[in-house]
Write a protein that binds this ligand. Structure first.
Ligand SMILES: NC(=O)C1=CN([C@@H]2O[C@H](COP(=O)(O)OP(=O)(O)OC[C@H]3O[C@@H](n4cnc5c(N)ncnc54)[C@H](OP(=O)(O)O)[C@@H]3O)[C@@H](O)[C@H]2O)[C@@H](O)CC1
Ligand SMILES: Nc1ncnc2c1ncn2[C@@H]1O[C@H](COP(=O)(O)OP(=O)(O)O)[C@@H](O)[C@H]1O
Ligand SMILES: [K+]
Length: 501
């Protein structure tokens, strides 16, 4: 349950419930939070000439007063800068009373070389863009290039969306409490946090028991148990059969990348469905992967009747015309055999003028459907959601999943997987080297492979995204899409060390 992600609002509920349940009152939690940050600073920045603590008016500032006191008690050179005093009788007011370091005006703060800045201006309570002297301080700190440790969130960053509201600190280290928030994981928040540490402040795990958890950081704990075992008496078709639709003669590589990804991810059989004019080029490049002609939808139906694939990929370089639209609807009308369908790239764009046609077909289909748009493709199907700057990437993906009836993999450096039932996962193991042509095609194949093997759709999508990212990260610089399927055995070996032989 460590990978549960809480919105700032949910975290507020957890704080209140924890205070009611005891043993720590609000000030007790604040002291624990401050102690966790102070310990980390002593551990990581022992060589700093001093620490400049910037405190805001709320509880984030309260944490700052605790940290300033603890560091000063330990002999660290501390200067404290704060303007507005906390509200009377608040936990933050108590923390300020207990802090013997005399506050100076924020306007008097100048970053000093060798010093660390502790940002305790705003955290979960950020309600408007940071302006005035505080915005100036943020600029001064950025210009000076001094290290910044942020309490809970870099001030200015929305804990919900991961987007800055106006000026925002760019931290080297952010210490948050109990659980991560979406703003720590979504871009650009993930970058602005620097290293993220989650500190235990004495809130019991049971605080989560009564909550309706719907958001996680993607990782094996979320889906590992759902990855199908390969039984001792397995044969290739019980391991799933994936069909991948190829484009025309000059656009065949994308389908082969998806097919290779599907095969390496464990499907027992993979077939490329090719138009007539691409048969010979596909034949020249396929070995263990099968090939079949499927020029028009009647040939697709004949193939589905005869060969009964369990999942399919449609879209990578498939073309945005009638063939792709009719294939998508042809797949979705199946009511036996086929369990999963991944629609990507051209299969998304092909419905740009008629998204409701696609959504109605998905919603009335028994097949688990996954859409894998990058931001540009997302905007073609969900223009209003893409244009709504107030929504977080998680909220956008969830709304799109609910509207379309499909699981949405909204790709990028912070890929979000969202299910129509509201479950969502944010992926964080992505590698920048995945930004290479064809890498999304391999992802489609990996996801389809898990669907073909009978994995539930949210888990299949989340597993596919994580495995794909892990493969990219393990390869590193020099990666091209062709390398991704070939890295999967190494990723699996690390994940399932008992699966050798
Ligand atoms: N027990 C707990 O709950 C624990 C909480 N903990 C800590 O508490 C933090 C949350 O504290 P918080 O709720 O007091 O919010 P915080 O971020 O300090 O700001 C609120 C104040 O700032 C003001 N304000 C906001 N934006 C502004 C702006 N741009 N410019 C100017 N003013 C602005 C806002 O004004 P208002 O919106 O009311 O107008 C209000 O006065 C959390 O991040 C963690 O660090 C830990 O100690 C662990 C236990
Ligand atoms: N900077 C990045 N960090 C992590 N993952 C990335 C990054 N850039 C791209 N990716 C991943 O690489 C893949 C690219 O897919 P896509 O945009 O469809 O490219 P293509 O169409 O060329 O295959 C997606 O899975 C995306 O999440
Ligand atoms: K902060």
């Amino acid at each position: 349950m460590r990978m549960v992600v809480l919105t700032p609002e949910e975290m507020g509920n957890v704080d209140r419930a924890a205070i009611t349940a005891g043993p720590h009152d609000g000030y007790g939690l604040m002291r624990n939070a401050g102690a966790a940050v102070a310990d980390l600073i002593l551990e990581r920045f022992s060589g700093a000439a001093g620490v400049a603590v910037l405190c805001g008016p709320g509880n984030n500032g309260g944490d700052g007063y605790v940290i300033a006191r603890l560091l000063a008690e330990r002999g660290v050179n501390v200067r404290l800068f704060a303007d507005a005093a906390p509200q009377e009788d608040s936990d933050a007011a108590r923390a300020r009373e207990d802090c013997f370091v005399t506050p100076e005006a924020l306007a008097d703060f100048r970053p000093e070389t060798g010093w660390l800045v502790l940002d305790a201006l705003y955290g979960a309570g950020l309600s408007k863009p940071i302006a005035g002297i505080e915005a100036e301080l943020i600029e001064r700190v950025a210009a000076a290039g001094v290290p910044v440790v942020a309490v809970d969130l870099p001030s200015g960053l929305s804990g919900l969306t991961g987007k800055p509201l106006g000026s925002c600190f760019d931290a080297d280290l952010t210490v948050t409490f109990f659980r991560k928030k979406p703003g720590h994981l979504l871009m650009p928040g993930r970058r602005l946090c620097g290293e993220l540490v989650v500190a235990d402040i004495g809130i019991a795990e049971t605080a989560l028991a009564s909550m309706d958890i719907a958001l996680w950081e993607n990782g094996p704990a979320l889906w590992r148990d759902g990855v199908p075992a390969v039984e001792i008496d397995a044969h290739k078709y019980v391991r799933g059969h994936v069909a991948v639709v190829s484009g025309g003669g000059a656009s065949t590589g994308a389908a082969r990348l998806a097919a290779r990804g599907a095969a390496r991810a464990g499907a027992g059989a993979v077939t490329v469905l090719s138009p007539a004019n691409a048969l010979s080029v596909n034949a020249m490049h396929l070995t263990s992967i099968m090939l079949r002609k499927a020029e028009a939808v009647d040939e697709l139906i004949a193939f589905l009747d005869e060969r009964k694939p369990t999942a399919a990929v449609l879209g990578p370089a498939a073309g945005t015309g009638e063939r792709t639209r009719s294939f998508a609807l042809g797949f979705l009308e199946r009511n036996e055999g086929l369990k999963g369908l991944v629609l990507d790239a051209d299969a998304i764009t092909a419905f740009a003028d008629a998204p409701d046609t696609l959504f109605e077909a998905v919603r009335s289909s028994v097949i688990a459907t996954v859409l894998t748009p990058h931001d540009g493709e997302f905007a073609r199907l969900f223009g209003d959601l893409a244009a709504d700057a107030s929504m977080s990437k998680v909220e956008r993906a969830r709304a799109a999943a609910e509207r379309s009836g499909a699981v949405i993999i909204l790709k990028g450096a912070d890929t979000v997987v969202a299910c129509p039932d509201g479950r969502a996962a944010i992926n964080t193991n992505g590698s920048r080297f995945l930004a290479t042509a064809g890498s999304g095609d391999v992802l489609c194949g990996i996801v389809a492979s898990h669907l073909a093997q009978g994995m539930p759709v949210f888990e299949a999508a989340s597993a596919g995204v994580w495995l794909h990212a892990e493969a990219g990260g393990m390869f590193g610089r020099g990666l091209i899409a062709e390398d991704l399927p070939e890295m999967l055995p190494h990723v699996f070996q690390a994940l399932f060390p008992d699966d050798m032989g």
